[in-house]
Design a binder for this molecule. Structure first.
Ligand SMILES: C[S@@+](CC[C@H](N)C(=O)[O-])C[C@H]1O[C@@H](n2cnc3c(N)ncnc32)[C@H](O)[C@@H]1O
Length: 191
């Protein structure tokens, strides 16, 4: 299925997610078919976007998450979009990832860091850097103020955006900041 058809199935939000995803990918130059990790599956928007870009995607969220953001039927969406074979799901907590070092060329957190318990965010970023290894990239998408205002109109309890730099203090990393349509994008690499 094409990106256009995926937008039809997934809804208007997918268009914005894909646009911001392409901003990040343009800055990264990942090899075709690369193995990537999508942290925080949700309805599967970002995992499906990555699969449509030709990546081999592992996605997951904690199986203990009972919030409204988790345990959606992402697999039905992936199937409808025709990318179910390119996406595998494994339940995990970002602060204790069950993966070896250097498993992925990139780890993506799309709209996820602010949903991770504050006390676990630094560990989640350390884990993401560990499983990507020295040449990998960790990419964090966090909502802009305009996006947050739109989210709050439907979900007043939604958390504030997280500032990734608060959780990378002390790590030997470089940060590249990009601006998407709906999200601020932070790319971390080992320095
Ligand atoms: C708003 S949803 C993300 C949307 C999703 N990325 C998409 O594209 O549809 C937030 C996600 O963060 C996940 N999450 C919260 N705490 C987490 C943690 N400690 N480790 C991994 N995922 C977590 C939730 O389970 C949920 O899947």
């Amino acid at each position: 299925m094409t990106m256009e058809a995926a937008k039809q199935h997934m809804g208007a939000m997918f268009e914005y997610i894909a646009a911001d995803g392409l901003v990040a990918l343009a800055a990264m130059g990942l090899p075709p078919g690369a193995k990537v990790l999508d942290v925080g599956t949700g309805v599967g928007n970002f995992a499906i976007f990555l699969a449509l870009q030709g990546f081999d995607v592992l996605t997951g969220e904690p199986d203990t998450d009972t919030s409204r953001y988790a345990r959606h039927d992402w697999a039905a969406n992936a199937h409808a979009v025709g990318v179910a074979k390119q996406i595998r799901f494994e339940a995990f907590n970002a602060s204790q990832m069950p993966f070896d070092p250097n498993t992925f060329v990139a780890v993506f957190f799309y709209g996820v860091l602010h949903h991770i318990d504050e006390a676990e965010r630094a560990a989640a970023l350390r884990e993401a850097l560990r499983v990507t290894g020295p040449n990998g990239a960790v990419v964090i998408f966090e909502p802009t103020q305009d996006t947050l205002r739109q989210i709050w109109s439907n979900d007043p309890g939604h958390p504030l955006a997280a500032s990734p730099a608060l959780y990378t203090a002390g790590l030997d990393v470089s940060e590249q900041k990009l601006t998407g349509q709906r999200m601020d994008i932070f790319i971390y690499r080992m320095a």
